[in-house]
Design a protein. Structure first.
Length: 269
């Protein structure tokens, strides 16, 4: 009996050590699970101006400024990317918005698209402020003609910026309630809310905003549950545009007509 108890104790201790080790690894490397950058530099697409943004902590970030052809822009759109890839994946969206008469700034966060630094919540807040300063100080875009566009994780980035600098309109594509809520969906076996360093509380932030807002979501989003995007829309008193059968990274949610129409609906008259 004594031998059996000893074995059981050793097994339990071993399991505890394994759990502690797994949690420690998740704590240390969690940002590698959150941020999935394509770090390669990207060539400038036709029609875009290659520009550089300077962050408050001294980093230089790559960006493209795209103007509409033949006329003054109806408005200017600041695009905040999701957690994957780099700005090359947003070039088709920028081109279509420019064709519709809008100026567009697409940029890469620190650690993305050949930029220096490592991404985290505080760093992305500095990055989007560098983009905002470029538009309002360098290009003299008035706030009443400025729209914020957030894609997934980028919804959190522009929502936080909007609290300090309210835009003329806010487009949130596939927003989550907060990072812990979506993380718990992906890793249901982990105490995500206890482990997370970066919070990105989208729902709580948009509830404090008083700007025209549209939320676009895919009815079959497998990354951000549609119910979370609907909850964000309700908190923001936003107009909801749901694209049936669309998954998180389907082209229709990246550059489709429903998305373009939603952006254009926010252009000030």
């Amino acid at each position: 009996m004594r031998l059996t108890k000893t074995v059981v104790v050793r097994v339990l201790l071993g399991l505890v050590l394994v759990v502690v080790l797994v949690l420690a690894l998740v704590w240390i490397f969690q940002r590698r699970l959150i941020y999935l950058p394509d770090t390669t530099p990207v060539p400038v697409p036709p029609g875009a101006e290659d520009v550089r943004l300077r962050t408050a902590d001294g980093l230089e970030l790559g960006a493209w400024f795209v103007r509409p052809t033949g006329s003054a822009p109806k408005a200017t759109v600041l695009v905040a990317n999701g957690n994957g890839g780099n700005r090359a994946g947003r070039a088709p969206l920028a081109a279509k918005l420019a064709k519709a008469g809008l100026a567009v700034l697409v940029f890469d966060y620190r650690g993305y698209g050949g930029n220096p630094g490592d991404p985290d919540e505080a760093g992305l807040a500095l990055d989007v402020r560098a983009a905002y300063r470029f538009l309002v100080e360098d290009r003299r875009v008035p706030s009443e003609r400025l729209l914020f566009y957030g894609e997934s994780l980028g919804c959190a980035v522009v929502a936080e910026l909007a609290l300090e600098h309210p835009p003329a309109g806010l487009l949130l594509r596939s927003p989550f309630v907060d990072l812990a809520a979506v993380g718990a969906e992906i890793y249901p076996y982990l105490p995500v809310r206890l482990l997370l360093r970066d919070r990105f509380p989208v729902r709580d932030e948009v509830a404090r905003l008083r700007v025209p807002t549209v939320v676009v979501l895919g009815g079959r989003d497998s990354v951000v549950p549609p119910a979370q995007s609907r909850e964000v829309a309700a908190a923001a008193s936003a107009r909801l545009v749901e694209v049936p059968d669309a998954d998180h990274n389907d082209p229709v949610l990246l550059e489709g007509p429903e998305l373009l129409d939603a952006v254009l609906s926010l252009v000030p008259r």
